[in-house]
Design a binder for this molecule. Structure first.
Ligand code: ATP
Ligand code: MG
Length: 553
């Protein structure tokens, strides 16, 4: 990419160097999720990074399930993960790879190591292995089984495979260096005995490879060039290199680590999200308050906004946290031109126009999106009885309140000026209806210039209003008090979900389909819930409000 002026992230710089030096001729990346949960926003970073690099360098992107650990893996997760990756737009061609398809090659790899004198069967218990391993300050001790002959190791490993030993009674270990400063290199376990049914290979195997041995082999078999992973694997890189070198792969892949995405005051991490689901704090993996990709999709996030967020947050070698507000900024940027702007009254109160003919309905042409002329206009019904927001009226307004109050005139968005002449209250003092008069001269589009009003409010005509439920979300975590309570438990925001049951929407919403997004004028962006919406009931999720606390630098 000569002449490129845009600064390149550190991974791109490494790839540029590898290509220039002829280490690789093509870039092949992968995303290797373990099917043990749903993907979250952090995974989206990894997906978009790997896919983006493959695309940028004209290479290939592999989507591979790292399904070597049968206990936790479920077909349900395989399906949801696949759907999430498609949704993000990461094109993985027509093949999904499974690490378990390589069990035979991994087994052969283990035999190759044994034959080279680089692996041995060890009878120490897990506890003993841990003791012998030493720690950061103490070198490890050699296992008494370390010097078994190649023949003995081959025979024992085969017997392990044939199910001749109980679970956990023996392991295969790489023979590296018990005194290494890197504990991962102190004869790591590479195979264990475990009788578990695997979702792909069934009961064919009773021995399974460990991650650090399996992963480099998977990469090498697929011809991955750059195996990009997160920082916690940095200390495992020497082992990764040891495996691909000892197994003598040509053009072996190289591992490059980057920092995980963390969102401030947001629960990410499969394990933590899973606990919220299991504890019933949220209503499933797709609860719109979560940041699993299925939850974000349901809430109304767009793949484009997530991509923009990843670009803004960058790729770094050092840990940092990003602000959720930045993600919201990206959403607003994406939705403001895509979503039609319509009128919805979330907390309705009746407004009656005393001098408007009873039974009459007229229609106004209102822009679908003032910033997008191509979005066109729609007809919006207007009649004697309307709904407005309860908060757009006050009996005794403070200074600078320009909305409705007795004697004041406001503009009804796209229609007429109305002036408040009266209001009614119930026995408890709640306002029940507001009475106004309208001025026919002020009809929108008539060019009326007689006088000005300071406030414009939105409204919905009662005769054709559509009922809806609207769900408002706030952060699951109480940001003001911080993420954790003193006892280490998560500090939940009691207002993370508010359900409004009695919302009134303009008639054009009758065509809204599950998953459609709109801007509710003056309120924010909302999306038709894909799960709880039925033919009889529209349910909306607030995606994001209109206000922003984030300023792009
Ligand atoms: P979690 O950290 O949520 O438990 P995981 O790392 O166990 O996730 P995997 O299925 O093993 O989940 O991850 C697949 C890929 O996604 C890995 O390469 C992993 O490094 C990457 N990944 C996971 N979390 C993040 C994150 N927060 N930011 C960037 N990449 C991530
Ligand atoms: Mg993992």
């Amino acid at each position: 990419m000569e002449g490129e002026v845009i600064s390149r992230n550190f991974i791109e710089q490494e790839i540029d160097k590898d290509l220039k030096e002829g280490k690789y001729t093509k870039v092949v990346t992968r995303f290797p999720p373990e099917p043990n949960g749903y993907l979250h926003i952090g995974h989206a970073k990894s997906i978009l990074l790997n896919y983006g690099l493959a695309k940028q360098y004209g290479g290939t992107f592999n989507f591979r399930f790292d399904d070597t650990n049968p206990t936790k893996e479920k077909t349900e997760f395989v399906n949801s993960i696949t759907e999430d990756i498609k949704w993000l737009g990461a094109d993985f061609g027509d093949k999904v790879f499974f690490a378990s398809d390589y069990f035979d090659q991994m087994y052969e790899g283990a035999i190759k190591l044994i034959k080279k004198g680089k692996a041995y069967v060890c009878d120490l218990t897990a506890e003993e292995i841990r003791e012998y391993r030493g720690d950061f300050n103490t070198p490890g001790k050699n296992s008494p089984y370390r010097d078994r002959s190649v023949e003995e190791n081959l025979a024992l490993f085969e017997a392990m495979k044939n199910g001749e030993f109980p679970d956990g009674s023996k392991v295969l270990r790489a023979k590296i260096d018990m005194a290494s400063g890197n504990i991962n290199m102190r004869d790591p376990v590479i195979y264990r005995i475990a009788r578990m049914t695997h979702h792909n290979t069934g009961d064919k195997w009773c021995i399974y490879p460990m991650y650090d041995f399996a992963h480099p082999i998977e990469d090498a078999i697929e011809g991955i060039t750059h195996s990009i992973c997160t920082l916690e694997f940095e200390d495992h890189r020497p082992l990764y290199e040891w495996v691909v070198n000892e197994l003598e792969y040509e053009n072996p892949p190289r591992q490059i680590e980057f920092a995980k995405l963390y969102l401030k005051d947001v629960v990410t991490g499969k394990r933590y999200i899973k606990k919220l689901v299991e504890d019933g704090v949220v209503d499933g993996w797709d609860d719109p308050r979560l940041v699993s990709l299925s939850a974000l999709r349901r809430r109304g996030f767009t793949p484009e906004s997530i991509k923009m967020f990843m670009e803004l947050s960058g790729v770094a070698k050092a840990h940092s946290t990003s602000d959720y507000a930045m993600l919201e900024y990206c959403l607003r940027e994406d939705l403001k031109l895509k979503a039609n702007r319509m009128m919805a009254v979330l907390d309705p109160i009746k407004l009656i126009i005393d001098n408007y003919p009873e039974g009459q309905v007229e229609y106004f042409d209102i822009d679908n999106n003032q910033d997008v002329p191509e979005a066109g206009t729609r007809k919006v019904a207007f009649s004697r009885e309307l709904y407005i927001e309860r908060e757009d009226f006050m009996e005794e307004p403070p200074k600078k309140y320009f909305r409705l109050f007795p004697g004041n005139e406001v503009r009804l968005k796209g229609a007429y000026f109305v002036k408040c002449v009266d209001y009614k209250k119930d026995a408890d003092g709640n306002i029940t209806e507001i009475h106004c008069t309208y001025d026919p001269e002020t009809r929108s589009g008539s060019g009326f210039e007689g006088r000005k009003v300071k406030g414009t409010i939105h409204w919905v005509s009662a005769e054709s209003a559509i009922d809806a439920e609207v769900r408002l979300y706030e952060n699951l975590i109480d940001e003001e008090k911080g993420k954790l309570n003193e006892d280490g438990t998560l500090n939940f925001n009691p207002n993370s979900l508010t359900i409004l049951n009695n919302c009134k929407l303009e008639a054009a919403f009758k065509d809204a389909k599950k998953g459609d997004s709109f801007q509710f004028l003056r309120h924010g962006f909302f999306c038709v819930d894909i799960k709880d919406t039925t033919d009889d009931k529209l349910v909306f999720n607030r995606i994001v409000s209109l206000k922003s606390s984030y300023k792009p630098s």
